[in-house]
Ligand binder design. Structure first.
Ligand code: NOJ
Length: 525
């Protein structure tokens, strides 16, 4: 193990090309109050299924349903047992030297029946304990209100995100959280990757509530060409309701900030043709701009309005007013980049993005047989969906900076997935030099973007621990720590050691001078 670490540190500190964009570590630029952390989510980490009064949620329902699409037949009933082991996990974070932890709240643990039942005090106590344990170690909580999970009650009563009632439920839940935890939590995100939440939940039907229509998926009910837009509309209005509550009731006294986390894959045109360049604009519109443009500018992206017409719900005049400048920061989840090709004027093989209601574009990891960046694969060469293309992070941050007036941004997730095959040995899984290389290279690209003026305030590696990866169950792992799913023992991988060394080094060479053009007011624009 020591030999590997030695080789890795040698590579990182003495081979400038290794950190592709910025030369060596001491040249990386991060403002002095930058948050460095690891990220997680409730369903993927906590376990504690129905423990201490927690209610049944949508992922409990889905993962327990025979015939679901979780590849290894697993679920998050135990996950990595963070509910019982949070203290140990905070200790691991402290030993890494991070100053922040992004986690989400299990809505059903706090409100087992949404606004239709009592608050579960044991749930409040769990998050109080977690928050206090973090703060004692100097680790700032960065809280996502919901990361794909919500009480099943809301699905059973009124079809969750298909009904405007969901806005009321979310606003109520947010209020309970601000009231209970806002004295200590200064960073709030409302939703995580809502585009995937609605695409998987209502277009392909591969996430709960498994609604879709053919040819997009095989569900008993749903309409893949309409429902994603209704669900997204309710999510946008639920976001804005929570922001309104925070700003009017809590922000002044609690002094925190509130934003939303988007799935920010970077897309590049596969050719110089105007058609492919416009397809890239549509790809951006139908993923993150779908949410950001309404929340910041009060309207859906023109690329969506042009294609979807009346399928896209309308905002009322009052809603538009509330939507104006409806975030203090943008949370950027970034893992990979793709080439994009036009499917509006050319015929494409049916696939993700190609249909009319997805925006008429096709994504590809390679151009003329050459991958956009090194493909992420396991030892047997099986591909995960990622290609390491660190420049993509610089490009997306520069794009968001220019489009949204340099609103503060956080990299709320970035990480490297490897396949945990039945025949992978623990030894192999622990020697994850590729993960460390990936994170180093992306930190280099992040530093480049900051140098060029992007107002980025923090970076969270996904993830502290190997965990439950949704439809991939436990077969794809992103942890800096390996988790033995029999014993739940956590063991640091090479990447954990690398991150710890990086953070120690960073604190020594902390950047002294503010990057040019950065907006110095911390949260408002
Ligand atoms: C983003 C999601 O927010 C997270 O839940 C997931 O585990 C990672 N991507 C890796 O796929």
């Amino acid at each position: 193990m020591e030999v590997y670490i030695g080789v890795l540190l040698l590579q990182i500190f003495f081979l400038p090309h290794f950190i592709s964009c910025d030369g060596n570590l001491s040249e990386l630029v991060f403002p002095s109050n930058f948050l460095f952390g690891t990220a997680s989510s409730a369903y993927q980490y906590e376990g504690g299924y129905l423990s201490d009064g927690k209610g049944f949620n949508n992922w409990d329902a889905y993962s327990h349903q025979p015939g679901n699409l979780i590849v290894d037949g697993s679920n998050g009933d135990i996950a990595v047992d963070h509910y019982h082991r949070y203290s140990e996990d905070v200790g691991l974070m402290h030993s890494l030297g991070v100053n922040s932890y992004r986690f989400s709240i299990s809505w059903a643990r706090i409100l087992p029946k949404g606004r239709f039942g009592e608050i579960n005090e044991a749930g409040i106590e769990f998050y109080n304990n977690l928050i206090d344990a973090l703060l004692i170690k100097g680790i700032q909580p960065f809280v996502t209100l919901t990361h794909f999970d919500f009480p099943q009650e809301l699905e059973d009563r009124y079809g969750s995100w298909m009904s405007p009632q969901s806005q009321e439920d979310f606003a109520y839940f947010a209020d309970v959280c601000f009231k209970s935890f806002g004295d200590r939590v200064k960073y709030w995100a409302t939703f995580n990757e809502p585009d995937y939440q609605v695409k998987f939940g209502y277009l392909t039907g591969t996430f709960p509530p498994s609604r879709c229509s053919r040819p997009f998926g095989n569900c008993t009910d749903g309409d893949s060409e309409k429902e994603p837009f209704v669900a997204a509309h309710n999510i946008i209005l639920a976001h804005i309701a929570a922001v309104h509550i925070y700003r009017t009731k809590y922000q002044e006294t609690q002094g925190g900030s509130i934003g939303i986390v988007l799935q920010c894959t970077w897309y590049e045109p596969i050719s110089d043709s105007i058609a492919d360049k416009l397809a890239v604009e549509r790809a951006h519109a139908f993923t993150f701009n779908w949410f950001l443009e309404p929340i910041i500018f009060g309207r859906y992206p023109p690329e969506m309005r042009n294609i979807l017409g009346s399928i896209l719900p309308e905002f009322t005049a009052t809603e538009k007013q509330k939507l104006n400048k409806g975030v203090d920061f943008i949370g950027v989840n970034h893992y990979t980049s793709y080439y994009v090709q036009d499917c509006m004027f050319s015929v494409c093989e049916p696939g993700f993005g190609t249909s009319k209601t997805e925006g008429f574009w096709a994504q590809s990891s390679e151009k003329n047989g050459t991958p956009i960046g090194e493909p992420v694969s396991n030892l047997n060469g099986e591909l995960v969906w990622q290609n390491a293309y660190p420049q993509g992070l610089d490009k997306i941050l520069t794009y968001l900076k220019d489009k949204y007036h340099n609103i503060p941004m956080f990299i709320t997730e970035n990480g490297y997935g490897n396949m945990n095959k039945a025949d992978s040995t623990t030894e192999e899984l622990l020697h994850d030099a590729k993960r460390a290389e990936y994170i180093a290279a992306y930190l280099g690209a992040l530093s480049t973007a900051i140098r060029k003026g992007a107002n980025v305030k923090g970076y969270f590696a996904w993830s502290l621990l190997d965990n439950f990866e949704w439809n991939n169950g436990y077969t794809i792992q992103f942890g800096l720590y390996h988790v033995d799913h029999e014993t739940l023992t956590r063991t640091p991988k090479l990447s954990a050691t690398w991150y710890r060394n990086f953070l120690a080094e960073h604190s020594k060479v902390q950047y002294q001078q503010q990057p040019k053009d950065a907006n110095n007011s911390p949260f408002y624009y």
